[in-house]
Design a protein around this ligand. Structure first.
Ligand code: ATP
Ligand code: MG
Length: 366
């Protein structure tokens, strides 16, 4: 999977710019606030039709423009393809692949695949469960269109049900139960996918972490979901009774607290290093090693599934790591395309031997 060319107009601090990438390592350099992360964000947007950091698409449109356009020419599955996203302050966004307009963002699934590793991810082990769910969601959404569609429906249901709960309108009781029922159905789909994904992720990350720690550490990952589910590997139809039971037992608590308390949105990955809960006890170094192992495992999962490596987006993360950890990542990425951003750190540029792309005030200088 290669992004050959990226054109961006009216996106973040870019008015109009174009970048040509090499098939291997690309080092994107520039001072602070020049637009390095924005460039990574533009590439990432085309994988799933969302930003990894903005709350809404409107934030992505340049302050002085009414709309933005991101267009990438990619090489995947032995052919060139064009993916375009058009964002507007006034209209709904348009996503276009090879000239055909997509009906939903979930149809982008599998077109351009990427694994993003950013400074936030260095704390994925110790931070809130949101980061670990995001890891599962990002990877599965890119590889499984059905998952992408289910996740986007779940997010919509969650928002609408939360609004109904906050409104506290008794006449909405029937509708509330309809939402809860549908959230159970969609949760069952998400949980079934996540359980299988977590099992493979655990195996791969364990192997990588063991190698990375020189055989000194064992990383174990377990998928944690709704309490009433005894075996999340079951089919969605078999998970349904357990989800309905949990939902029913939390119905009154949801009404009292005005919050959704039951469903796949509370899932997590429990992580242990040498049998100890990493969330509470991992050291800085262990946390970083485990985070890298997870990201590298994610990349391997893409490769096994698709037969080609996803684009690896390393935003500002290499410079945060010591030489040993930098080398571990760089040795593992001998194939596949990589976009690395860093703040004019010559040592990283020299170490990777990649193509240098300089960014200055929202312009790609080449
Ligand atoms: P750093 O090295 O500090 O991470 P960076 O080069 O990665 O810097 P970016 O995050 O890409 O910086 O942001 C570059 C600039 O883009 C910031 O100054 C930010 O304020 C600006 N910016 C963000 N959104 C918009 C927008 N919608 N319109 C115009 N400018 C924006
Ligand atoms: Mg940045």
């Amino acid at each position: 999977m290669i992004v050959e060319r990226l054109k961006i107009e009216g996106f973040r601090n870019y008015k109009s710019s174009e970048a040509l990438f090499s098939d291997n390592i690309n080092v994107i350099i520039g001072g602070n606030a020049q637009g390095k992360t924005n460039l990574i964000e533009a590439v990432y947007y085309l994988t799933c039709g969302r930003s990894f950091r903005a709350r809404s698409d409107k934030e992505l449109i340049n302050f002085d423009c009414d709309g933005a356009k991101i267009e990438a020419q990619i090489f995947s599955g032995e052919r060139s393809q064009t993916i375009t996203a058009e964002l507007s302050k006034l209209r709904k966004k348009r996503l276009i692949v090879n000239g055909s307009k997509l009906k939903t963002a979930s149809e982008l699934s599998g077109r351009l695949t990427a694994v993003l590793f950013c400074p936030d991810d260095l704390t994925i082990i110790r931070s809130s469960s949101m980061y670990r769910r995001r890891l599962m969601d990002n990877c599965l959404s890119q590889l499984r269109p059905k998952y992408a569609a289910a996740l986007s429906e779940y997010r919509r249901l969650y928002e609408q049900k939360s609004r109904i709960l906050k409104d506290k309108d008794p006449s909405m009781a029937v509708i509330l139960d309809e939402y809860s029922q549908r959230m159970c159905e969609v949760s069952a789909v998400l949980i079934s996918f996540r359980a299988k994904f977590a099992k493979i992720l655990a195996e791969k990350a364990k192997e990588i972490h063991r190698e990375f720690s020189g055989g000194n550490e064992e990383l174990d990952i377990f998928y944690k979901t709704v309490k009433t589910i005894d075996d999340p590997m079951k089919k969605p139809s078999e998970l349904m009774p357990c989800l309905l039971e949990h939902q029913l037992s939390h119905r009154q608590a949801e009404i009292d607290s005005c919050r959704c308390l039951s469903g796949a949105h509370k899932d997590d990955l429990e992580i242990f290093i040498n049998g100890t809960d990493a969330k509470s006890f991992a050291s800085q170094g262990q946390t970083r090693t485990a985070a890298i192992s997870l990201k590298m495992a994610e990349r391997e999962i893409h490769f096994e599934d698709r037969g080609e490596y996803p684009v690896l987006l390393l935003d500002d993360v290499l410079s945060e790591l010591d030489a040993k950890r930098q080398d571990f990542i760089l040795n593992r990425i001998s194939s596949g395309q990589v976009l690395i951003t860093c703040c004019e750190d010559q040592s990283i540029s020299a170490k990777t031997g990649g193509k240098l792309i300089t960014i200055d005030s929202g312009k790609v200088l080449g």
